[in-house]
Design a protein around this ligand. Structure first.
Ligand SMILES: Nc1nc2c(ncn2[C@@H]2O[C@H](COP(=O)(O)OP(=O)(O)OP(=O)(O)O)[C@@H](O)[C@H]2O)c(=O)[nH]1
Ligand SMILES: [Mg+2]
Length: 300
């Protein structure tokens, strides 16, 4: 083992929509975690592995931390907590412009553990010049002192990420790589496919629809021969009959757009033609039912 090889787990945590998944994708140079302008996009603990000559940063992307008694949300908080408990270093992402409605839940959870802490004040590309002094003050107030450091970054433009990454390496233990160097994620293709469909639903629907939607893949057939199609059968689960109406849209227009967008993205991901069948089903109040939450692959 090279004495200088650094390797370990970094839990990316923070309030919803602060840019955790965008940051992970940016670090990896690949989209493995879906992103959206609407909160509560991530519903898994997503492993992303970055291997470089210096070592290996093993990230856990986690669901945004916010207070709500909805059972699905409680499961997602538990997931983020489990990543925090397993991490060597905590990477707390804070929105420089809008600190996130539930900033305090993240703060409390971070205070309850004692690993090194790096704070990433994200979206500084959005900060107007005359607001710079306010951001400097905010950065100062978030500085964890001897426990770590604070960085001003933009996950979108890449600003500040090199220094942030180097700090993360410095805080990790010296040890051999834990994953083969070509590992990117532990998410199976099938699950990435379900997530891409969900991302299209986030893009094309509003209000409570994105949060009330789950996607499962019933069939995922790989091509047998070159130039053959992938064949996917997916179910979009919603909680109420009126949500089903919205997702299908007038004359089937919305579900058609979801299907077209998701198919294009899947073809990019799989580098092959894709045949995608979407079916919309009402699974009453699934976000309040642990059996369904698990069945759809979220939480625990
Ligand atoms: N301007 C700007 N926008 C950003 C930046 N990082 C993320 N965003 C945007 O912020 C929104 C939320 O990003 P996500 O990465 O999905 O946020 P998240 O923290 O993973 O959200 P949850 O999974 O819902 O907790 C998206 O519209 C991103 O494009 C950034 O550095 N600058
Ligand atoms: Mg996310």
């Amino acid at each position: 083992m090279n004495e200088e090889t650094r390797c370990g787990f970094v839990a990316i945590v923070g309030a919803p929509s602060v840019g955790k998944s965008t940051l992970l994708n940016r670090f990896l140079g690949e989209k493995i975690s879906i992103t959206a302008a609407k909160p509560q996009t991530t519903r898994h603990r997503i492993l992303g592995v970055l291997t470089e000559p210096k070592g290996q940063l093993i990230f856990w992307d986690t669901p945004g931390l916010h207070l709500s008694e909805r059972l699905l949300n409680l499961e997602l908080i538990a997931l983020a907590k489990s990543a925090l408990a397993d991490a060597d270093v905590v990477l707390w992402v804070v929105d420089a412009v809008r600190r996130g409605v539930d900033h305090h839940l993240a703060q409390d959870l971070i205070r309850s553990v004692n690993q090194p802490l790096v704070v990433a004040l994200n979206k500084v590309d959005k900060v107007a010049k005359d607001n710079r002094p306010r951001i400097e003050l905010l950065a100062k107030s978030l500085d964890p002192g001897p426990r770590g450091a604070v960085f001003q970054i933009s996950a979108k433009s890449g600003l500040g990420l090199f220094r942030l990454k180097n700090k993360l390496y410095d805080l990790l233990p010296s040890q051999n790589l834990l994953y083969p160097s070509d590992t990117l994620t532990d998410r199976p293709l099938r699950s990435l496919a379900a997530e891409l469909i969900r991302e299209e639903i986030f893009r094309l629907t509003n209000q409570e629809i994105p949060y009330s939607t789950a996607v499962t893949i019933e069939e995922f057939k790989e091509p047998h021969e070159k130039n053959d199609h992938y064949y996917l059968n997916a179910t979009v689960h919603v909680e109420k009959p009126n949500q089903k109406k919205v997702i299908i849209g007038q004359g089937g227009q919305t579900i058609k757009l979801v299907g077209q967008g998701a198919r294009r993205r899947l073809e990019e991901l799989l580098d092959a033609k894709v045949f995608l069948n979407l079916f919309v089903r009402v699974t009453k109040n699934w976000t309040k039912n642990l059996k369904h939450i698990r069945e759809f692959g979220y939480g625990g």
